[in-house]
Write a protein that binds this ligand. Structure first.
Ligand SMILES: Nc1ncnc2c1ncn2[C@@H]1O[C@H](COP(=O)(O)OP(=O)(O)OP(=O)(O)O)[C@@H](O)[C@H]1O
Length: 247
């Protein structure tokens, strides 16, 4: 069953979650609680069920067994911006909302660095700008749970870093619970309060990251966390760089 989260502090509570596609078991007995305002990252090899878990949280997929309780206002940002080409930027941001939402739509655009883009057409935007619009569209809905499904994966490396900074800033200001699905270990360690590795249908590591923001990717603690997650992902950190920076 999927329903509203109980308990004042929790944004998500998952108990005994199972999901299979045909004969293939994808999630087997997941228990997970995510607090309000917590930035939670889910790492895992390709095909382990990260997106399936996110889709279950979004209410787009139904579990075979278990209980999924989640705060009511949930919004997803995907790898691709999913804008409607025939609608201008502001109309995309406020899609489905009453006309009075236009002011908050403009404010959300300003928050993502796109002040004055209200009347632009999606086709005229760069990939990074389009993804900023997708973030504004999520923001204007004031989500209690923000679901991020590899939102930076299609961007070039520099834009990705800029977007990570933007998301860190927005989430620190608005404090939704965030569930970030990513392959990028550094992204998870840069952004999250807590990182979980999903392997073979189960949660393999559940690690808090208490480093202050902004986080220095070269600090010994950052490097230590990176090594921990890489080892749980089955990547052996044996390069000279790793050997010289490990803690
Ligand atoms: N609707 C579906 N029908 C059948 N199989 C599915 C369906 N959705 C997902 N799967 C399968 O479930 C498994 C987990 O998929 P999922 O997309 O959740 O993994 P993932 O960890 O997000 O992978 P990636 O990191 O590559 O995006 C895969 O083997 C996938 O093929």
């Amino acid at each position: 069953m999927t329903g509203p989260a109980t308990g004042e502090d929790l944004a998500v509570r998952i108990t005994g979650l199972h999901k299979a596609f045909g004969a293939k078991s994808v999630l087997s007995g997941i228990d997970l609680e995510i607090r309000r305002g917590e930035f939670f990252a889910l790492l895992g090899p390709s095909g382990t069920g990260k997106t399936t878990l996110l889709r279950i949280l979004a209410g787009l997929e139904v579990p075979d067994a278990g209980t999924v309780l989640a705060a009511r206002r949930r919004t997803t940002v995907y790898q691709e911006p999913r804008l409607i080409p025939a609608r201008r930027v502001l109309a995309n941001v406020t899609l489905g909302l009453p006309p009075a939402a236009r002011d908050s739509g403009r404010r959300a655009l300003a928050e993502v660095g796109l002040e004055g883009y209200d009347r632009a057409w999606p086709a005229t935007l760069s990939g990074g700008e389009a993804q900023r619009v997708a973030l504004a569209r999520a923001l204007v809905r004031d989500p209690e749970v923000l679901l991020l499904d590899e939102p930076f994966a299609a961007l070039d490396a520099l834009t990705r870093l800029q977007m990570q900074e933007l998301v860190a800033e927005l989430c620190a200001r608005h404090r939704p619970a965030v569930v970030l699905v990513t392959h990028d270990v550094d992204e998870a360690v840069r952004l999250a309060d807590r990182v979980v590795v999903l392997r073979d249908g189960a949660l393999a590591v559940d690690q808090r990251i208490d480093l202050p923001h902004p986080r220095d990717r070269n600090s010994p603690s950052f490097v230590g966390h990176r090594r921990l997650f890489l080892s749980h992902l089955g990547v052996v950190p044996d390069s000279p760089h790793f050997a010289s920076t490990q803690t």
